[in-house]
Design a binder for this molecule. Structure first.
Ligand SMILES: Nc1ncnc2c1ncn2[C@@H]1O[C@H](COP(=O)(O)OP(=O)(O)OP(=O)(O)O)[C@@H](O)[C@H]1O
Length: 231
């Protein structure tokens, strides 16, 4: 089964308040897609809808040729999509080690390999989720997602609110994942860093796709940055 994601004319929101309007998005296996847009434009809503955490109002989502629409989050996860959510959502009463073993599925990323990838976590393996620094929590959220050995990893603001050095460490890990051929959707405000990581980008404005293109095209068109990203 391939890891292609196809989002077609997706409409979603919260109750009667529609947030996404006819969103189209494609990701081919092994690609990295940057998902951009100012605050409140619908990026989190889009990835939560893909994960089955929010209902689809209209349109459809397919992964590896299989319809995701109507599936529960654990069913979407079982098909191979893992979300590193905004706010991390760790378990305060589980240790670092337990976070990795509780969700482990066979594949390349074993807990031992995750500790190699994220040595800061290895030093904290017996600590509880709520005893970690912000950066360690973020790394644990990433490691927990990777422990499921997903075919598609989605990261929602993974570098948000972190000190510059920790942020750099996260970008480094994302670079390693890129080298390993991981398909990813990355939501992040650091456009310059995202340009170096992602193959293509989609920009949302008020719940609609207003621009999509390659890193080279986005790098070359600063008017797009100004108009849609406010930078
Ligand atoms: N739980 C909720 N209930 C109702 N409306 C919500 C809820 N969460 C988000 N919204 C609204 O949905 C819209 C899109 O929010 P969303 O979080 O998807 O944006 P975003 O692009 O991810 O921005 P951010 O960078 O702030 O996370 C906003 O207008 C927001 O106020």
């Amino acid at each position: 089964m391939n890891a292609d994601l196809a989002v077609r004319r997706l409409c979603a929101g919260y109750g009667r308040s529609q947030v996404l309007f006819d969103v189209d998005l494609d990701l081919r296996g092994g690609e990295i897609l940057g998902l951009l847009g100012r605050n409140g434009m619908g990026k989190t809503t889009l990835v939560r809808t893909v994960m089955g955490l929010l209902p689809t109002l209209q349109g459809r989502v397919e992964f590896g040729g299989q319809a995701l629409t109507g599936l529960k989050p654990h069913q979407v996860a079982r098909l191979g999509i893992a979300l590193v959510p905004e706010g991390r959502q760790l378990f305060p009463n589980l240790t670092v080690q337990e976070h990795l073993t509780a969700f482990a599925r066979p594949g390349r990323w074993t807990p031992a390999q995750l500790f190699d990838l994220l040595p800061a976590l290895a030093r904290r393996r017996g600590h509880l989720g709520n005893q970690l620094s912000g950066g360690e929590q973020q790394m644990l959220a990433m490691a927990r997602a990777l422990a499921t050995n997903p075919r598609l990893l989605i990261l929602d603001e993974a570098t948000e609110g972190l000190a510059p050095l920790v942020r750099e460490e996260i970008w480094h890990v994302l670079g390693v994942l890129r080298e390993a051929g991981h398909a990813m959707i990355v939501i992040d405000k650091y456009v310059q860093r995202l340009l170096g990581l992602a193959d293509r980008h989609v920009i949302l404005e008020k719940g609609r796709v207003v621009w999509h293109g390659s890193s080279a095209a986005l790098d070359a068109d600063r008017a797009v940055w100004h108009r849609y990203l406010g930078i």
